[in-house]
Structure formats: structure tokens, C-alpha cells
Design a protein around this ligand. Sequence first.
Ligand code: NAD
Length: 258
Amino acid sequence: MSGLLKGKTIVVMGVANQRSIAWGITKSLHREGANLIFTNRQERSYQKLQKLLEDHHIEATLLVTCDVASDKSIKEAFAEIKEKVGTIHGVVHSVAFANRDELQGEYANTSRAGFLLAQEISAYSLVAIANEARKLMTEGGSIVTQSYLGAERVVKNYNVMGVAKASLEASVRYLAEDVGKNDIRVNAISAGPIRTLSAKGVSGLNEIHSVIEEKAPLRRNVDQDQVGDATMFLLSDLARGVTGEVIHVDSGYHIMGL
Ligand code: NAD
């Protein structure tokens, strides 16, 4: 441990299991000495998370329930964090959702309800969370979310989630301007494809992995640990001059043309 995050308290949202990107991030943050607060959508997910933490000898400062579909739940979660912990220095937003049947075929077939659902969980949630979290960031802070290339380019089957990620990345910029005056930074990592529970919902994932191995400058796929370290950088003071940014952790795939 080199202690880049020593004395910092960070809220990690989105650990579903050991394959989650948020779990890769957790390991990096723990290694650098952060105090960690975790939020789960449902209380019944606590057991799995607790087991994971125990297995890796990570002690959580607090576990809180937070369903990002609900403003009430978000407000209650941050009120509980304020009451039990007080000041925080960072938030990891690593949550997204879209209907599985809209992550295949034509984007043109997206339903109104499916569009709004993807936007609500995957993009608006960052806005609502940033607004609550900033009240607890009395010493400045850093908020980092997780995006994907589908925000910028047409990626087959990513469809409604790509449009939600575009909205998420635009939100990063607008939020960065709003909270910058309070020394709070807002950034995104745009990760290459990684096999997680959520990624399974996108059709044709194996094909994408092969394309990266063949075409990306580094000729390999990325993993949760690489995203974890880059997210850790953005949460640390090393990135104190970086805000409103989207950093690609994708073996360089996004720079390629034909
Ligand atoms: P994951 O399934 O492990 O994590 C998704 C998390 O979102 C889960 O913990 C789930 O409980 C949470 N979530 C969904 N709805 C929620 C709600 N209403 N309230 C609270 N939490 C909710 O998958 P992941 O791949 O680790 O995804 C994390 C983030 O990374 C997502 O934003 C995803 O779009 C993004 N991302 C993933 C990839 C990839 O290839 N896996 C690539 C780039 C970006």
C-alpha cells in the first residue's frame, strides 16, 4: 500500500459480485488506504458483499441500501452516511440498467418505457447522487462514473444503453461545472468490454472481445483491475487538475479508424 487515498472516505456504488467493475475499483481503493462505504440496491445483497469483503480482508466503514431508481432512497442513503460517517471525499458510480430485449436488434425499436428506464438508472442517477454527495464533500471531492464507447460510436446491440451513456458523459461535463466551485471533480472512465453480470445482457459480447484482441493498439482486452487503478487515480489528488473528462481504459481501441 502506498497510501494515495489515506484519510479519504469513498462511497462505492455497484458491487454485485467479484466480477463487477466496482469490485476491481474496491481493491484498488483499499490498497491505497481509503475508508470504504458501500451501497447495494437491496438489503438482501449485503450477505454476498460481506462475504467478498471478508475473503479479501477488507473492512467496510458502512453498508447502506440505495436504489438509484428512487430519489427517496438516494436521499436516505446519503442522510445515513452523513449521520454515521460525516464527511466523504469520493463517490464511485458504477451502476446501469436497460431491458435485455432492447440490447439487441435495431435501436429504432426501442420503446418509450425502455428508453426512459435506461436513462433513469444509468444516467439520471449520477445527477441525483452528485447533488446529495456534494453536501457531504465539505473538504472537496471526486466523483467517478463508468461509461462505454457506445456513447460516442454505434456499437452493435448496445443501442439504448449507448444513448444513456451519451447522456451520462454529457452529465459529467455539466456536473463538473456546477460542483467545481466547491473543489469537487466529476469524471468518467470509458472501459473496454469486460465480462460482468451486466455485460452478459448485451448480445454478441464474445465477438467484441475478439475484435479488441485483433484491432486495439495493445492487442488485448482490459480487466476490472485496470479500470480499478484508473478510477483510483481520478479519486486521488494525483488527478486534482482533471475534471469533466472521459478517460478511455480500453487498450486504445477508441483511437482506431478503419
Ligand atoms: P455489474 O452487473 O457487476 O454492475 C452493475 C451494478 O448496477 C450492479 O451492482 C447492480 O446492482 C447495479 N444496479 C442496477 N440497477 C440499480 C438500481 N436501481 N439501484 C442501485 N444499483 C443498481 O456490471 P458492471 O459491468 O460492473 O457495470 C458497472 C458499470 O460499468 C455500469 O455503468 C456499466 O454500464 C459500466 N461499464 C461496463 C462495461 C463492461 O463491459 N462490463 C464496460 C464499460 C462500462
